[in-house]
Structure formats: structure tokens, C-alpha cells
Design a protein around this ligand. Structure first.
Ligand code: NDP
Length: 317
């Protein structure tokens, strides 16, 4: 790790979802002069969602990008130093904790809040890479526009898959929801909306084998009731293939120092954002395999900032 461009900060926050920005709001109001790096996806996962109807305080809902812009402005209002940049390496062996940004600049932080969130998963089929940017996407709100009046498929049976399918149903002619189980795992209200949508067809007990097409995606090879006596191969003509099968926590650069679970979620002391390293806190989806909601992420970001404040006052030099 280079030492040429070191900068010392009291509190470094990594990530710009609801957890990161809420931590920045609390920390800047407490005069901790936080520096926040936005990471790979400024504004986090909510920037790829449409309507957020369940964040308290918005009786008529708000779009994900608007909510994140508001949180950012609120943090900036109290002096949070919000920067573009990606944490590429860490040395958390001793305090001050060192984080390399964009492979060059090293920040030395007395306290660190990790709020780097989670990233969409892919099935792992070679065709997902073959057709990347040519009909394969993990973000309906980013790419749905290209499929107006076309036919698309969404893979997954959770809330994300239902949300993506409903969003796409407003644009596309026909949406297929490809679900590997005989039921949806999504909340009842989302399930009902999907079943009520006239142009969404749910294909239960279907798995994806691959994609085909000469000029981008033109269809998907599916298998119905895989491994059973009545297994059946089905080909569907589609123009777009959307993944909505869950997320992987963005914890790779912290793993050498931090306790994580088998999936990679950072372990925290139950009910707190404290990690196995004093002065290093984890907030939001990076430490939450269970709830993964904007409001729970925001709450844990608040708790992390309060913990950082306490830690700094106890370790005054
Ligand atoms: P989930 O983990 O809830 O669901 C993932 C879905 O993808 C499941 O149906 C799963 O199938 C399926 N899946 C996983 N791997 C594969 C695979 N290899 N092939 C085929 N299907 C696969 O993830 P979500 O992203 O949907 O939701 C995460 C959390 O965020 C949840 O707690 C959810 O409630 C929440 N959320 C809430 C929203 C809201 O309140 N508005 C919106 C979006 C998310 P299986 O069921 O068989 O395991």
C-alpha cells in the first residue's frame, strides 16, 4: 500500500446508500467531519428502483433516486465531505485504519463505517456474459426503457423480481417471470400485484439453461420440472433477460480482517453495528442478510455514527 498521498480523517464512511448517508448526516451534525466515498454505485441500490412506498415520511411514495439525492443533500448541508471514489484495498490490522481509494490515495481513519451494501447476483451461465449489454441486465429501471412494447423475462421469485416484473410490465408488451419453485417468496402484496397484471405470466418450476440469438438476446432455453419424470424443455422468444435473484455482500476487501458469515455478510455484535475490530462499524446491507430495507439500513447507519462518536470521544488523543 503506497504511503505517498496519505490523508488523515477522523471518520471515514464507505458507501452511499441509506446507511452511508444517514451515518454522514449524524456524524456531520456531531462535528466529526466525516469523509464519505460513494463507491461503485453512487446512491446505492435504491437508485435502480422506481417507487419507494415504504420509507416512513413519504405518504405518497418517492422515487429511489429522489430519496437518495435528498439524503445526500441533507448530509452535505451539515458539512459531510462526499467524494467520488471506490475503496480498493484496506489494512485494518491496527488503528488508524488504512483504506486505499481508487488504487492510489490512502486514507488513514481513526474510525471507519463500512456501508458498502450488496450487489446483484447472476445465474453464472456463460450466456449472461456473452449477451452482457445485448439483452441481459440486472436492473429493470436502468434498462427497461429499451424494451418498450417488447417481450422480456425476469428470473426470481422474491420481492425484487416482482418489483422488476411490475416495472417492466408498464413498458413491455409481455413479461415472463421465471420462478424455480412452485411458489413465490415475495410478500403477499407484491405477489397479488404480479398475479393481477394482465401482461405478466408466471412460469413456476422453470430453470434457465441458456440464451440464444444472433443479434443480442432473441430467446431463452428453459427446463420445466427439472430432474422429474415429466421434465420438459421449453424455448421462449424474448428480447430482454433480467436477473433478480438476490445479492452478494460487497465485503471482499474487508474479509482478511473481519469476521463474516459463510456468504460474506460482516458479523456485528447483535443489535449494534460493532464488528470484531474496535472503531470499525458495519451498517446497512453489508451486515444484514435478513431485513435489507432502506429504513433498517438508515437506522443502522445512525447507530454506526453514534458508536463512532462514542469511540472517538473515548479514544481522544
Ligand atoms: P430474495 O433472496 O428474497 O429472493 C431471491 C429469489 O431469487 C428467490 O425467489 C430465489 O428462489 C431466486 N433465486 C436465487 N437464486 C436463483 C437461481 N440460481 N436460479 C433461479 N432463481 C434463483 O432476494 P430479493 O432481492 O428479492 O429480496 C431481498 C430482500 O429485500 C428481501 O428481504 C425482500 O423482502 C427485500 N425487498 C423488499 C422490497 C420492498 O419491500 N419493496 C423490494 C425488494 C426487495 P428460491 O425462492 O427458490 O430460493
Amino acid at each position: 500500500m503506497s504511503n505517498t498521498t496519505n490523508e488523515k480523517v477522523r471518520l471515514l464512511i464507505l458507501g452511499s446508500g441509506p446507511a452511508g448517508y444517514t451515518a454522514a448526516i449524524y456524524a456531520s451534525r456531531a462535528n466529526l467531519s466525516p469523509v464519505l466515498y460513494e463507491g461503485i454505485q453512487p446512491g446505492g441500490q435504491l437508485t435502480t428502483t422506481t417507487e419507494v412506498e415504504n420509507f416512513p415520511g413519504y405518504p405518497n411514495g418517492i422515487t429511489g433516486p429522489e430519496l437518495m439525492e435528498d439524503l445526500k443533500k441533507q448530509a452535505e448541508r451539515f458539512g459531510a465531505d462526499i467524494r467520488t471514489g471506490i475503496a480498493t484495498a484496506t489494512d485494518l490490522s491496527t488503528a488508524p485504519y488504512k483504506v486505499t481509494i481508487d488504487e492510489e490515495k490512502v486514507i488513514e481513519a481513526e474510525t471507519l463505517i463500512i456501508a458498502t451494501g450488496a450487489t446483484a447476483k447472476y445465474l453464472g451461465l456463460p450466456d449472461e456474459q456473452k449477451y452482457a449489454g445485448m439483452g441481459v441486465s440486472a436492473c429493470a429501471t436502468c434498462d427497461g426503457f429499451f424494451y418498450r412494447k417488447k417481450i422480456v423475462a425476469v428470473v426470481g421469485g422474491g420481492d425484487t423480481a416482482c418489483e422488476e416484473a411490475l416495472y417492466l410490465a408498464g413498458l413491455a408488451k409481455q413479461v415472463y417471470l421465471i420462478v424455480r419453485k412452485p411458489f413465490l417468496r415475495a410478500s403477499k402484496v407484491m405477489q397479488q400485484r404480479v398475479f393481477d397484471a394482465p401482461n405478466i405470466t408466471v412460469l413456476f418450476e422453470h430453470n434457465t439453461l441458456g440464451l440464444f440469438g444472433d443479434n443480442g438476446v432473441e430467446g431463452v432455453h428453459l427446463v420445466k420440472r427439472k430432474g422429474t419424470p415429466d421434465e420438459e424443455k421449453v424455448d421462449l422468444a424474448i428480447d430482454g433477460f433480467f436477473l433478480a435473484i438476490g445479492h452478494t455482500p460487497n465485503s471482499k476487501i474487508f474479509k482478511p480482517w473481519m469476521e463474516t458469515d459463510e456468504v460474506g455478510y460482516i458479523k456485528t455484535v447483535p443489535g449494534t453495528p460493532r464488528t470484531n475490530i474496535p472503531g470499525v462499524f458495519a451498517a446497512g446491507d453489508i451486515a444484514d442478510p435478513h431485513y435489507r430495507q432502506a429504513i433498517t439500513a438508515a437506522g443502522s447507519g445512525c447507530a454506526a455514527a453514534l458508536e463512532a462518536e462514542r469511540y472517538l470521544s473515548e479514544h481522544k488523543k
